[in-house]
Design a protein. Structure first.
Length: 151
């Protein structure tokens, strides 16, 4: 009777030892691939969007609390067919804003180098409601009451 528990214990120990190397590594933000620099990390967003479906456009405002992990002079955002205006970093106007729709990227050049720590980026924007399912887009419903709607 004592042989079975010993064998069961040995089998359990071997299975645990075999599974240990297969355990997933903990998530690491720094080593996870991504196209945007990791020196600036968004922590929270406040977004207001006003869609105009008839004109296929959106207007809105956004405020983002950022964690600057190392001093930066530029901030990059994913974007498509959006134009930013009244862009402010910690309440002060930025030096320049350039949007590249082909690259789906907006680059904000700050007036001064941002130091490590929490900061706020705020802006107003105008954008296009896309007809393809990317970003904010227009979708046509089906059926007898078909109409366009923003998604």
């Amino acid at each position: 009777m004592t042989v079975l528990p010993k064998r069961l214990g040995l089998a359990l120990l071997l299975s645990l030892l075999a599974a240990a190397p297969c355990a997933a590594a903990p998530f690491s933000f720094d080593t996870t691939p991504g196209r945007l620099p990791k020196s600036v990390v968004p922590r929270s967003y406040r977004i207001a969007i006003v869609p105009d479906i008839a004109r296929r456009r959106i207007d809105g405002t956004e405020s983002v609390v950022l964690e600057v992990r190392s001093p930066v002079r530029t901030i990059e955002l994913d974007s498509l067919n959006e134009r930013l205006r009244d862009v402010r970093f910690d309440g002060r106007r930025v030096a320049a804003v350039a949007s590249d729709d082909a690259a789906q990227l907006t680059t904000i050049r700050l007036a001064h180098t941002a130091k490590r720590g929490r900061h706020t980026l705020a802006f107003a924007y105008t954008g296009r409601l896309e007809t393809e399912p990317r970003g904010l887009f227009i979708s046509r419903t089906r059926g007898p009451t078909a109409r366009r709607r923003a998604c």
